[in-house]
Design a protein around this ligand. Structure first.
Ligand code: NAD
Length: 353
């Protein structure tokens, strides 16, 4: 097959390493911000306060109100707070929800931001934004929502409970898997994705037995960064679409949903996803990547079905409808009958076919 690709290096500056939170002021100064609003979820108010302390006279205030899937009303209130405080920059410290809030502010012409991720979701490496309103999650791509810099301090992930860390890690794994069959992949994306699969599958099981090991946490965050680079460089397929519908329309928790759906999505696409299948099979040391991935996620302690997350069979038809309404690239054509069967199996935790 003739090699043909387009590759644009990611524009985001990345600072990685234990203790790098201490460099947040230097990154803010480098970005030229002088009045900074610090964003977090309510549960991470203490981290927002810590960042404000590190910023000193550059801190304009904190806004610890980020919520999952970025409700449009919450984004509006954050924008108003940024305007009221005359903020010219933000720092978003937290997972994808907090970074999503910073993106919503930047999208509306508000200040740019420095991201300090505390989960493995990968949003900080992408130009993808999301907003949820009237039970629908809208997403889009806009270069304005990329952070000016990302500070990856693995020490911040030490508090992520193993059960949350594991599903967040599988969320990252899903970016790498879908990048390996994306229509706009490239040799560099393939390398990053295969390495992300290797690093994440090697370290997530260790994380469950040694959650306090800083080395395991750092390697997992390294894998998540690579996976985030894949997410930010390619277009995702069926797996991300299903999770997006299940999260935005039925309120399912983001990372847990990814952890359940991934083996089913890989099964659906397996006939046309040789690189993804090979990477998973090699990393897990098994010949059948789908069964190996399904078993592996369960052994990690991830939820075993969408039913366990609260989804009922009533949701299957609307999910199929929403997941097939708009065109998007997927290696295997979208067939409503096969998608219904996929979701039925996932609702009940039956082996993926
Ligand atoms: P999250 O940000 O909601 O975090 C999950 C929970 O973990 C929260 O309660 C949070 O306070 C807590 N938490 C986060 N870090 C912690 C830590 N270090 N220690 C202890 N607790 C911690 O969830 P998420 O999975 O990181 O992100 C999900 C959201 O991000 C979804 O809305 C999803 O759509 C979005 N997302 C967007 C993109 C993108 O490219 N736009 C990519 C991935 C995810």
């Amino acid at each position: 097959m003739t090699l043909r690709f387009t590759f644009a290096p990611l524009p985001t500056r990345v600072v990685f390493g234990p203790g790098t939170l201490a460099s947040v002021r230097a990154e803010v100064e480098r970005a030229g911000f002088s009045r900074v609003l610090v964003l977090s979820t309510p549960g991470h108010r203490h981290l927002a306060d810590r960042v404000a302390g590190l910023l000193g006279d550059l801190a304009a205030g904190t806004h610890p109100h980020a919520a999952m899937h970025v409700p449009a009303g919450g984004a509006e209130r954050a924008r108003e707070t940024a305007a009221r405080l005359s903020a010219d920059g933000c720092v978003a410290i937290g997972g994808g929800s907090t970074i999503g809030l910073a993106k919503a502010i930047a999208l509306s012409g508000g200040p740019a931001y420095v991201a300090v991720p505390t989960t493995y979701a990968g949003s900080e490496m992408t130009p993808v934004w999301g907003l949820t309103e009237h039970g629908r999650k809208r997403t889009g791509r806009d270069e304005r929502v990329r952070p000016v810099a990302v500070v990856y301090d693995p020490d911040l992930t030490l508090t992520l409970p193993p059960e949350t860390a594991v599903v967040s890690g599988v969320n990252a794994l899903a970016h790498a898997v879908e990048a390996l069959y994306a229509p706009n992949g490239s040799p560099i994306v393939d390398l990053m994705a295969a390495e992300a699969v290797r690093v994440l599958t090697a370290n997530l099981p260790r994380l469950t037995v040694e959650p306090g090991d800083p080395g395991v946490r750092a390697r997992t965050l390294h894998g998540a960064w690579l996976a985030g680079c894949c997410l930010g460089s390619t277009t995702m397929g069926l797996h991300h679409k299903l999770c997006h519908v299940l999260g935005g329309t039925f309120g399912l928790p983001h990372a847990q949903t990814h952890a359940v759906v991934l083996p089913y999505a890989l099964a659906y696409n397996s006939a046309k996803a040789p690189k993804a299948c090979a990477a998973i099979a090699q990393a897990l040391g098994e010949s059948d990547p789908v069964t190996a991935l399904w078993t592996w996620t369960r052994n990690l302690g991830a939820p075993s079905s969408l039913g366990e997350l609260g989804l009922t069979e009533d949701a299957i038809a609307p999910t199929v409808d929403l997941a097939t309404r708009d065109a998007y690239p997927n290696p295997v054509p979208l067939d409503p009958g096969r998608l219904r069967a996929l979701l039925e199996a996932a609702v009940h935790g039956a082996p993926p076919q």
